[in-house]
Design a binder for this molecule. Structure first.
Ligand code: NAD
Length: 328
Protein backbone atom coordinates (compact mmCIF):
# COMPACT_ATOMS: atom_id res chain seq x y z
CA UNK A 1 0.00 0.00 0.00
CA UNK A 2 1.41 3.44 -0.88
CA UNK A 3 1.04 6.54 1.24
CA UNK A 4 -1.88 8.01 -0.73
CA UNK A 5 -3.87 4.79 -0.35
CA UNK A 6 -3.01 4.61 3.34
CA UNK A 7 -4.15 8.19 3.84
CA UNK A 8 -7.48 7.49 2.19
CA UNK A 9 -8.04 4.45 4.38
CA UNK A 10 -6.89 6.20 7.55
CA UNK A 11 -9.25 9.12 6.87
CA UNK A 12 -12.17 6.76 6.31
CA UNK A 13 -11.41 4.82 9.50
CA UNK A 14 -11.08 8.02 11.53
CA UNK A 15 -14.42 9.31 10.22
CA UNK A 16 -16.14 6.03 11.10
CA UNK A 17 -14.55 5.82 14.54
CA UNK A 18 -15.37 9.46 15.34
CA UNK A 19 -18.99 8.77 14.48
CA UNK A 20 -19.07 5.54 16.55
CA UNK A 21 -17.54 7.36 19.52
CA UNK A 22 -20.17 10.07 19.30
CA UNK A 23 -22.97 7.51 19.17
CA UNK A 24 -21.51 5.49 22.03
CA UNK A 25 -20.29 8.15 24.45
CA UNK A 26 -22.58 11.10 23.76
CA UNK A 27 -25.83 9.50 22.58
CA UNK A 28 -25.40 6.24 24.57
CA UNK A 29 -26.76 4.57 21.45
CA UNK A 30 -24.14 2.65 19.43
CA UNK A 31 -24.85 1.54 15.86
CA UNK A 32 -22.10 -1.11 15.67
CA UNK A 33 -20.90 -3.86 18.00
CA UNK A 34 -17.87 -3.32 20.24
CA UNK A 35 -16.12 -6.04 18.30
CA UNK A 36 -16.59 -4.19 15.01
CA UNK A 37 -15.38 -0.98 16.68
CA UNK A 38 -12.30 -2.71 18.09
CA UNK A 39 -11.45 -4.23 14.68
CA UNK A 40 -11.51 -0.82 13.02
CA UNK A 41 -9.46 0.70 15.82
CA UNK A 42 -6.82 -2.05 15.45
CA UNK A 43 -6.72 -1.46 11.69
CA UNK A 44 -6.24 2.27 12.27
CA UNK A 45 -3.50 1.67 14.87
CA UNK A 46 -1.64 -0.64 12.48
CA UNK A 47 -1.81 1.84 9.60
CA UNK A 48 -0.71 4.71 11.83
CA UNK A 49 2.22 2.61 13.00
CA UNK A 50 3.20 1.74 9.42
CA UNK A 51 2.82 5.36 8.28
CA UNK A 52 3.89 7.47 11.29
CA UNK A 53 3.95 10.62 9.13
CA UNK A 54 0.14 10.32 8.89
CA UNK A 55 -0.29 10.28 12.67
CA UNK A 56 -2.32 13.13 14.14
CA UNK A 57 -3.19 14.32 17.65
CA UNK A 58 -6.82 14.51 16.53
CA UNK A 59 -6.99 10.83 15.60
CA UNK A 60 -9.56 8.76 17.59
CA UNK A 61 -6.65 6.42 18.41
CA UNK A 62 -5.17 9.17 20.59
CA UNK A 63 -8.18 9.74 22.85
CA UNK A 64 -9.37 8.02 25.97
CA UNK A 65 -13.11 8.31 25.59
CA UNK A 66 -16.03 10.69 25.48
CA UNK A 67 -16.25 14.42 25.74
CA UNK A 68 -17.78 15.70 28.97
CA UNK A 69 -21.41 16.73 28.55
CA UNK A 70 -22.31 20.39 28.75
CA UNK A 71 -25.00 20.19 31.39
CA UNK A 72 -23.09 18.78 34.37
CA UNK A 73 -20.44 20.63 36.32
CA UNK A 74 -16.94 19.64 35.20
CA UNK A 75 -14.56 17.76 37.46
CA UNK A 76 -10.81 17.79 36.88
CA UNK A 77 -9.30 14.41 37.73
CA UNK A 78 -6.23 14.87 39.95
CA UNK A 79 -4.91 11.54 38.67
CA UNK A 80 -5.96 10.95 35.02
CA UNK A 81 -8.51 8.18 34.40
CA UNK A 82 -6.98 6.30 31.50
CA UNK A 83 -8.09 3.62 29.12
CA UNK A 84 -6.47 0.18 28.79
CA UNK A 85 -4.47 -1.36 25.97
CA UNK A 86 -6.26 -4.33 24.42
CA UNK A 87 -5.32 -7.96 23.90
CA UNK A 88 -7.32 -10.16 21.53
CA UNK A 89 -5.69 -13.53 22.01
CA UNK A 90 -3.11 -15.58 23.88
CA UNK A 91 -0.24 -14.21 21.76
CA UNK A 92 -1.06 -10.62 22.76
CA UNK A 93 -1.06 -11.68 26.43
CA UNK A 94 2.32 -13.41 26.09
CA UNK A 95 3.71 -10.30 24.36
CA UNK A 96 2.43 -8.18 27.23
CA UNK A 97 4.11 -10.54 29.74
CA UNK A 98 7.39 -10.29 27.80
CA UNK A 99 7.24 -6.49 27.67
CA UNK A 100 6.51 -6.28 31.40
CA UNK A 101 9.40 -8.58 32.34
CA UNK A 102 11.80 -6.83 29.97
CA UNK A 103 10.73 -3.44 31.31
CA UNK A 104 11.29 -4.57 34.89
CA UNK A 105 14.30 -6.80 34.15
CA UNK A 106 12.83 -9.62 36.23
CA UNK A 107 12.04 -13.28 35.56
CA UNK A 108 8.73 -13.58 37.37
CA UNK A 109 5.79 -11.20 37.83
CA UNK A 110 2.50 -11.72 39.67
CA UNK A 111 -0.66 -10.45 38.06
CA UNK A 112 -4.14 -9.71 39.34
CA UNK A 113 -6.92 -10.77 36.98
CA UNK A 114 -10.31 -9.10 37.23
CA UNK A 115 -13.53 -9.34 35.29
CA UNK A 116 -13.88 -6.42 32.91
CA UNK A 117 -17.27 -5.08 33.87
CA UNK A 118 -19.08 -3.56 30.91
CA UNK A 119 -20.33 -0.37 32.51
CA UNK A 120 -19.26 3.20 33.05
CA UNK A 121 -16.00 4.16 34.78
CA UNK A 122 -16.60 6.49 37.72
CA UNK A 123 -14.57 8.01 40.51
CA UNK A 124 -15.83 8.55 44.07
CA UNK A 125 -14.18 11.08 46.34
CA UNK A 126 -14.31 10.88 50.14
CA UNK A 127 -13.19 13.66 52.45
CA UNK A 128 -13.21 13.32 56.20
CA UNK A 129 -15.05 10.02 55.80
CA UNK A 130 -17.89 11.46 53.68
CA UNK A 131 -18.77 10.85 50.03
CA UNK A 132 -18.37 14.36 48.60
CA UNK A 133 -18.08 13.94 44.86
CA UNK A 134 -18.69 11.37 42.13
CA UNK A 135 -17.60 11.84 38.53
CA UNK A 136 -17.52 10.10 35.19
CA UNK A 137 -14.25 9.44 33.41
CA UNK A 138 -15.11 11.85 30.56
CA UNK A 139 -12.04 12.34 28.38
CA UNK A 140 -9.78 11.08 31.18
CA UNK A 141 -8.75 14.53 32.37
CA UNK A 142 -12.14 16.16 32.81
CA UNK A 143 -15.31 14.29 33.75
CA UNK A 144 -18.87 15.23 34.72
CA UNK A 145 -20.02 15.71 38.28
CA UNK A 146 -22.73 13.06 38.71
CA UNK A 147 -22.63 12.97 42.53
CA UNK A 148 -26.41 13.15 42.95
CA UNK A 149 -26.99 10.25 40.61
CA UNK A 150 -24.27 8.12 42.20
CA UNK A 151 -25.72 8.74 45.65
CA UNK A 152 -28.77 6.74 44.51
CA UNK A 153 -26.67 3.56 44.12
CA UNK A 154 -27.28 1.76 47.37
CA UNK A 155 -24.01 -0.13 47.42
CA UNK A 156 -22.01 3.12 47.46
CA UNK A 157 -21.25 3.96 51.10
CA UNK A 158 -22.02 7.59 51.94
CA UNK A 159 -19.64 7.35 54.93
CA UNK A 160 -16.46 5.36 55.40
CA UNK A 161 -14.22 4.89 58.39
CA UNK A 162 -11.25 6.86 57.05
CA UNK A 163 -10.49 10.51 57.73
CA UNK A 164 -7.94 11.03 54.97
CA UNK A 165 -9.04 12.09 51.51
CA UNK A 166 -9.33 9.13 49.16
CA UNK A 167 -10.61 8.75 45.63
CA UNK A 168 -11.79 5.29 44.66
CA UNK A 169 -12.59 4.12 41.15
CA UNK A 170 -14.82 1.50 39.70
CA UNK A 171 -17.43 0.55 37.21
CA UNK A 172 -21.09 1.45 37.62
CA UNK A 173 -23.29 -1.04 35.82
CA UNK A 174 -26.85 -2.18 35.33
CA UNK A 175 -27.58 -5.81 36.34
CA UNK A 176 -29.24 -7.77 33.53
CA UNK A 177 -32.57 -8.15 35.35
CA UNK A 178 -32.85 -4.40 35.82
CA UNK A 179 -31.97 -3.90 32.17
CA UNK A 180 -34.67 -6.31 31.00
CA UNK A 181 -37.28 -4.68 33.22
CA UNK A 182 -36.29 -1.21 32.03
CA UNK A 183 -36.48 -2.12 28.36
CA UNK A 184 -39.84 -3.83 28.83
CA UNK A 185 -41.15 -0.66 30.40
CA UNK A 186 -39.69 1.44 27.59
CA UNK A 187 -41.35 -0.74 24.98
CA UNK A 188 -44.69 -0.56 26.82
CA UNK A 189 -44.39 3.24 26.70
CA UNK A 190 -43.53 3.18 23.01
CA UNK A 191 -39.99 4.43 23.68
CA UNK A 192 -36.85 3.13 22.06
CA UNK A 193 -35.13 0.44 24.19
CA UNK A 194 -31.45 0.74 25.21
CA UNK A 195 -29.03 -1.27 23.06
CA UNK A 196 -27.34 -2.99 26.03
CA UNK A 197 -26.89 -2.69 29.82
CA UNK A 198 -23.77 -0.57 29.43
CA UNK A 199 -25.58 2.11 27.49
CA UNK A 200 -28.54 1.92 29.84
CA UNK A 201 -26.23 2.48 32.83
CA UNK A 202 -24.47 5.39 31.13
CA UNK A 203 -27.77 6.92 30.04
CA UNK A 204 -29.18 6.61 33.56
CA UNK A 205 -26.19 8.21 35.26
CA UNK A 206 -26.18 11.11 32.85
CA UNK A 207 -29.73 12.21 33.59
CA UNK A 208 -30.04 15.59 35.23
CA UNK A 209 -32.90 14.41 37.44
CA UNK A 210 -31.52 11.95 40.07
CA UNK A 211 -35.00 10.45 40.56
CA UNK A 212 -34.55 8.72 37.23
CA UNK A 213 -31.22 7.14 38.21
CA UNK A 214 -32.75 6.13 41.54
CA UNK A 215 -35.37 4.01 39.76
CA UNK A 216 -32.88 2.21 37.53
CA UNK A 217 -31.39 -0.22 40.10
CA UNK A 218 -27.79 0.45 39.22
CA UNK A 219 -24.89 -1.16 41.02
CA UNK A 220 -21.12 -0.76 41.21
CA UNK A 221 -17.85 -2.66 41.63
CA UNK A 222 -14.83 -0.68 42.87
CA UNK A 223 -11.43 -1.80 41.56
CA UNK A 224 -8.89 0.97 42.02
CA UNK A 225 -7.68 3.86 44.13
CA UNK A 226 -6.94 7.15 42.39
CA UNK A 227 -5.73 10.01 44.52
CA UNK A 228 -4.70 8.90 48.03
CA UNK A 229 -1.80 10.75 49.56
CA UNK A 230 -1.72 8.69 52.73
CA UNK A 231 -1.70 5.34 50.92
CA UNK A 232 0.93 2.85 52.06
CA UNK A 233 -0.21 -0.49 50.65
CA UNK A 234 2.32 -2.29 48.45
CA UNK A 235 0.16 -4.18 45.98
CA UNK A 236 -3.03 -3.96 43.98
CA UNK A 237 -4.36 -7.09 45.67
CA UNK A 238 -3.84 -5.46 49.09
CA UNK A 239 -5.77 -2.46 47.83
CA UNK A 240 -8.69 -4.62 46.69
CA UNK A 241 -8.79 -6.22 50.14
CA UNK A 242 -8.61 -2.81 51.78
CA UNK A 243 -11.43 -1.40 49.64
CA UNK A 244 -13.60 -4.27 50.81
CA UNK A 245 -12.66 -3.64 54.45
CA UNK A 246 -13.67 0.00 54.01
CA UNK A 247 -17.14 -1.16 52.94
CA UNK A 248 -16.88 -0.88 49.17
CA UNK A 249 -18.32 -3.49 46.89
CA UNK A 250 -15.48 -5.24 45.06
CA UNK A 251 -15.95 -8.04 42.57
CA UNK A 252 -15.36 -11.38 44.33
CA UNK A 253 -14.01 -13.18 41.24
CA UNK A 254 -10.58 -11.55 41.10
CA UNK A 255 -7.52 -13.80 41.35
CA UNK A 256 -3.83 -13.34 41.93
CA UNK A 257 -1.84 -15.33 39.37
CA UNK A 258 1.86 -16.21 39.57
CA UNK A 259 2.41 -16.63 35.84
CA UNK A 260 0.97 -15.84 32.43
CA UNK A 261 -0.09 -19.50 32.13
CA UNK A 262 -2.30 -19.06 35.16
CA UNK A 263 -3.67 -15.83 33.70
CA UNK A 264 -4.58 -17.64 30.48
CA UNK A 265 -6.38 -20.37 32.45
CA UNK A 266 -8.39 -17.69 34.24
CA UNK A 267 -9.26 -16.01 30.90
CA UNK A 268 -10.36 -19.31 29.36
CA UNK A 269 -12.45 -20.18 32.39
CA UNK A 270 -14.42 -16.92 32.02
CA UNK A 271 -14.78 -17.21 28.25
CA UNK A 272 -16.98 -20.23 29.07
CA UNK A 273 -18.56 -19.01 32.27
CA UNK A 274 -19.36 -15.38 31.54
CA UNK A 275 -22.98 -16.11 30.67
CA UNK A 276 -23.57 -17.35 34.24
CA UNK A 277 -23.05 -13.86 35.66
CA UNK A 278 -25.96 -11.49 36.22
CA UNK A 279 -23.99 -8.59 34.74
CA UNK A 280 -22.15 -8.14 31.45
CA UNK A 281 -18.41 -8.46 31.13
CA UNK A 282 -16.58 -7.76 27.88
CA UNK A 283 -13.22 -9.18 28.86
CA UNK A 284 -10.64 -9.68 31.58
CA UNK A 285 -8.33 -6.99 32.96
CA UNK A 286 -4.82 -8.11 33.87
CA UNK A 287 -2.74 -5.87 36.15
CA UNK A 288 0.80 -6.14 37.50
CA UNK A 289 0.23 -6.65 41.22
CA UNK A 290 3.20 -4.90 42.88
CA UNK A 291 2.66 -1.12 42.91
CA UNK A 292 6.40 -0.39 42.75
CA UNK A 293 6.53 -2.37 39.52
CA UNK A 294 3.52 -0.44 38.20
CA UNK A 295 5.34 2.79 38.89
CA UNK A 296 8.50 1.61 37.16
CA UNK A 297 6.55 0.63 34.06
CA UNK A 298 4.57 3.89 33.91
CA UNK A 299 2.10 5.01 31.26
CA UNK A 300 1.74 5.76 27.58
CA UNK A 301 -0.43 8.79 26.68
CA UNK A 302 -3.54 6.62 26.68
CA UNK A 303 -3.03 3.72 29.04
CA UNK A 304 -0.85 2.17 31.73
CA UNK A 305 1.98 -0.16 30.61
CA UNK A 306 1.30 -2.39 33.62
CA UNK A 307 -2.21 -3.47 32.63
CA UNK A 308 -4.02 -4.89 29.64
CA UNK A 309 -7.62 -5.70 28.80
CA UNK A 310 -8.24 -9.05 27.15
CA UNK A 311 -11.33 -8.51 24.98
CA UNK A 312 -13.61 -11.45 24.25
CA UNK A 313 -13.77 -12.26 20.56
CA UNK A 314 -16.95 -12.12 18.49
CA UNK A 315 -17.33 -15.91 18.51
CA UNK A 316 -17.05 -15.77 22.29
CA UNK A 317 -20.00 -13.39 22.46
CA UNK A 318 -22.64 -15.66 23.88
CA UNK A 319 -26.32 -15.18 23.29
CA UNK A 320 -27.52 -13.46 26.38
CA UNK A 321 -30.88 -13.71 28.01
CA UNK A 322 -31.93 -10.26 26.91
CA UNK A 323 -30.96 -10.92 23.28
CA UNK A 324 -33.52 -13.67 23.31
CA UNK A 325 -36.17 -11.72 25.16
CA UNK A 326 -35.80 -8.67 22.91
CA UNK A 327 -36.14 -10.72 19.78
CA UNK A 328 -39.50 -12.31 20.69
P1 NAD B 1 -11.68 -0.38 27.27
O1 NAD B 1 -13.06 -0.92 27.12
O2 NAD B 1 -10.64 -1.00 26.42
O3 NAD B 1 -11.22 -0.55 28.81
C1 NAD B 1 -10.92 0.43 29.77
C2 NAD B 1 -12.03 0.54 30.78
O4 NAD B 1 -12.35 -0.71 31.33
C3 NAD B 1 -11.70 1.33 32.01
O5 NAD B 1 -11.68 2.70 31.79
C4 NAD B 1 -12.82 0.91 32.93
O6 NAD B 1 -13.95 1.70 32.68
C5 NAD B 1 -13.16 -0.48 32.45
N1 NAD B 1 -13.01 -1.56 33.43
C6 NAD B 1 -13.96 -2.50 33.68
N2 NAD B 1 -13.55 -3.35 34.62
C7 NAD B 1 -12.32 -2.94 35.00
C8 NAD B 1 -11.37 -3.42 35.96
N3 NAD B 1 -11.60 -4.50 36.69
N4 NAD B 1 -10.19 -2.75 36.10
C9 NAD B 1 -9.92 -1.66 35.32
N5 NAD B 1 -10.76 -1.17 34.39
C10 NAD B 1 -11.96 -1.81 34.24
O7 NAD B 1 -11.58 1.12 26.98
P2 NAD B 1 -12.60 2.32 26.97
O8 NAD B 1 -11.73 3.46 26.58
O9 NAD B 1 -13.42 2.37 28.19
O10 NAD B 1 -13.62 2.00 25.81
C11 NAD B 1 -13.26 1.70 24.55
C12 NAD B 1 -14.11 0.52 24.17
O11 NAD B 1 -15.48 0.89 24.13
C13 NAD B 1 -13.80 0.03 22.78
O12 NAD B 1 -12.74 -0.89 22.79
C14 NAD B 1 -15.12 -0.57 22.35
O13 NAD B 1 -15.17 -1.92 22.80
C15 NAD B 1 -16.13 0.26 23.08
N6 NAD B 1 -16.68 1.27 22.17
C16 NAD B 1 -17.64 0.86 21.33
C17 NAD B 1 -18.21 1.75 20.43
C18 NAD B 1 -19.30 1.27 19.53
O14 NAD B 1 -19.76 2.06 18.70
N7 NAD B 1 -19.73 0.03 19.64
C19 NAD B 1 -17.76 3.07 20.39
C20 NAD B 1 -16.77 3.48 21.25
C21 NAD B 1 -16.23 2.56 22.15
Amino acid sequence: MDQAQAKKQIDALRDDLDRYNYEYYVLDNPSVSDYEYDQKMQELLKLEEAFPELQSKESPSQRVGGKPLEAFRKVEHQVPMLSLANAFGEEDLRDFDRRVKEGLKVEQVSYVCELKIDGLAVSLRYEDGLFVQGATRGDGTTGEDITNNLRTIRSIPLRIDLKETIEVRGEAYMPQQSFLALNEEKERNGEEPFANPRNAAAGSLRQLDPKIAAKRNLDIFLYAIGQWEAGTLASHSDRLDYLRELGFKTNPEWRRCQSMDEVIDYVNFWVDKRSSLNYDIDGIVIKVDILDYQQQLGFTAKSPRWAIAYKFRAEEVVTRLYDIELSV
